[in-house]
Design a protein. Structure first.
Length: 474
């Protein structure tokens, strides 16, 4: 009887111990507060598989995706963005035709009027978010050798072409001087026509190009700037989901930095968390200093890394003889790896916002912004020097080393309510009144963006001129 009593006591203690250990595991790994995925963890422990939602978020496959497809079918026109289902159904054919044009196309000069005519006829107008050097773009698309070099490309048009010809025409616009090149590509015209018929559904009057409204010419005292001819405009207002954000770096409730997140940032820049010198500043930011660099982390979730000299930066895994393309790819991998270790439970939604046209540069900069469903987010931050940073991330690289790195660590999600944005025509009226641009300026882009206004995200438009100067059209 005494043995049975002792066995029961031992069994009860084992059960309590098991429950306690399980609770400790869950609490330590922060199952509920930080979005830890219990089932992914079990999969990893049992089968050795690790699930990362954002794995490859800045891969070449993602960079190869244009931001906008405009389907033109004479009197019908529609526009599709990267996140839409229809986009996914169209992009395969677009990439196939474009890859063929880069690989085997024999190019000749075409007149700008021919480019404009192609935009209005049976065609697909394709725009990347930034301009790419043709060689780098070919590499991103997996082409070993392209048939056209030393040209920067952001926009191209796939046109039905002449009725008598069995081929399609592909027009490339040189980003540097707006000149146009043209080549012929073999493709099933019936399949191409079916694509246009299926996806071009709105009237051209709802989505006109600038040149169709003569806005590419100064035609009144009210219009103090011109608009690039192929800028697509919207006559109607549009709706967007509301936007919210989470700061995973600093807890406003406790007024404390999240230790694990801060340590993850430091480790990615090879800072020893046990020996690094740390001191607070009056604005509640933390400054970490090691022999060759410093990191300042702000309560907003924005942090800045700076090397003491170009040769003391963070080394990227490239050889001394690496070309620009290799260093650029390694830089993107660094961004992805940092995000994966700092915020592993969230998808990385960064995209390039600076042109990739350096070719042979040993020293270069590039910038990125966060996007949600293809719409850019402007969450401007003030740097230590007092400058406003309109980017989610900026990076400087010199001879294969990161010498400066700035990033806002923030998680974005959409709400259920709707935000109404004014039409681009109304936005242009605001631009003409604002006097931000002069009569010598031309707007090369106008696109929607979420803008943080004291913690509340509104939807508006951003205009960018020929020198990349931007204006928020509030």
């Amino acid at each position: 009887m005494k043995k049975e009593f002792i066995k029961n006591i031992v069994l009860a203690l084992l059960i309590v111990s098991s429950i306690s250990m399980t609770m400790n595991i869950w609490i330590d790994e922060k199952l509920w507060p930080d979005g830890y995925n219990f089932f992914s963890n079990i999969t990893e422990r049992l089968f050795g598989q690790k699930v990362l939602k954002n794995s490859g978020s800045l891969s070449k496959e993602k960079l190869a995706l244009p931001k906008q497809l405009v389907i033109n079918n004479a009197s019908k026109r529609s526009v599709f963005f990267e996140t839409g289902n229809e986009y996914d159904e169209i992009i395969g054919s677009v990439k196939e035709i474009f890859i063929s044009a880069l690989k085997v196309g024999e190019y000749k000069t075409a007149d700008v009027s021919e480019w404009n005519a192609a935009l209005k006829a049976k065609s697909i107008f394709v725009s990347y978010p930034v301009a790419y050097d043709s060689k780098i773009l070919g590499d991103i698309l997996g082409i070993e050798k392209i048939n056209i070099e030393n040209i920067n490309i952001r926009d191209f048009v796939i046109s039905h072409g002449d009725i008598a010809s069995s081929n399609l025409n592909v027009y490339l616009k040189n980003f540097d001087n707006n000149s146009v090149l043209k080549c012929s590509v073999k493709y099933d015209k019936n399949a191409f026509d079916s694509l246009l018929t299926k996806y071009a559904s709105k009237t051209t009057g709802d989505l006109p190009y600038s040149f169709e409204l003569n806005l590419d010419k100064t035609n009144s005292d009210k219009q103090n700037v011109t608009i690039y001819p192929d800028v697509l405009l919207s006559i109607m207002s549009t709706e967007y989901n509301s936007l919210y954000s989470i700061n995973p770096v600093y807890s406003r409730a406790n007024e404390e930095f999240e230790t694990e997140t801060v340590n993850a940032i430091l480790k990615n820049f090879d800072f020893n968390i046990n020996t690094v010198r740390k001191y607070p500043e009056q604005d509640k930011s933390l400054v970490f200093v090691e022999n060759y660099g410093s990191i300042k982390i702000h309560p907003s979730g924005y942090f800045e890394y700076r090397a003491i000299a170009p040769d003391k930066g963070i080394e990227l895994p490239v050889s001394d003889s690496a070309d620009y393309n290799e260093v650029f790819t390694a830089s993107l991998n660094f961004v992805t790896d940092l995000w994966t270790s700092v915020v592993p439970q969230s998808e990385l939604n960064l995209s390039l916002t600076s042109d990739i046209t350096e070719r042979d540069a040993k020293t270069f900069d590039f910038t990125m912004n966060y996007y949600v469903n293809g719409t850019l987010i402007r969450d401007d931050m003030q740097s230590s020097s007092g400058q406003i940073m309109p980017f989610g991330l900026s990076m400087s690289v010199s001879n294969g080393k990161i010498t400066s790195y700035k990033q806002l660590i923030r998680i974005y999600y959409e709400g259920d309510s709707k935000l109404k944005n004014i039409s681009t025509i109304e936005a242009l009226d605001k631009l003409f009144v604002s006097q931000v641009f002069t009569k010598n300026d031309a707007v090369k882009e106008i696109f929607p963006a979420y803008v943080n206004n004291e913690g509340i995200y509104n939807i508006t438009w951003i205009a960018k001129n020929q020198d990349n100067k931007t204006s928020l059209l509030r």
